[in-house]
Design a protein around this ligand. Sequence first.
Ligand code: AP5
Ligand code: MG
Length: 194
Amino acid sequence: MFNLILFGPPGSGKGTQSEKLIAKYNLKHLSTGDLLRSEIAKKTTLGLEAKKFMDKGQLVPDEVVIGMISTALDQNPDAAGFLFDGFPRTSKQAEALDNLLKLKNLSINVMLALDVTEEELVKRLLKRGETSGRPDDNNDQVIRTRIHEYHKKTSPVADHYKKSNKVVLVKGEGSVDNIFNSLAKEIDVRLVKV
Ligand code: AP5
Ligand code: MG
């Protein structure tokens, strides 16, 4: 079992790199953003409630996303490992994840943190907003709120995993393939030890 958190601010490339990493390492991709957007598309009560926060660029309440991850872990007992994308995003979520994994005798092997300047993040998200249809991408103010939420509530999550020496910072600017190679290198050295 190899469990990885792909960490980084909005627009840092977590989703882009996740697609390539799950293919190479046969991991189960758990993206809370994707799970929430699928609930919104199905117009479930959870989705409609979450949408109110997401459209403003604010984090959805911890209980909601922790519940979704708990269900997803239970639904995938045979996974070779999990790639967490966009989760955990608060200290409370990080503690909950550690506890959920511990119940299954599992733990996080590494947190790979994508490092991208704020100017580049805003540029990428506004560009995607032209075509993505994501309501949180096409408004400069909402993008700023997402980045602000990240600094205030999410960056402490890296400190949580630094305590156990699990955080590796990876340059998140440049070509998608070069960034992928840097991430894969960090995974490969750790896979040898598992
Ligand atoms: P979520 O869906 O997780 O979005 P995010 O983290 O805000 O950011 P993105 O998914 O937009 O960026 P990304 O890092 O995946 O980058 P991507 O590869 O897409 O969350 C959305 C909302 O849901 C939150 O605001 C919150 O409300 C809620 N939520 C989700 N999880 C939650 C949680 N755990 N707790 C509470 N609330 C939660 O790339 C971005 C763009 O850049 C793309 O267009 C891509 O093509 C481009 N790009 C990628 N790599 C490169 C590159 N190397 N060079 C140039 N462009 C690139
Ligand atoms: Mg994403």
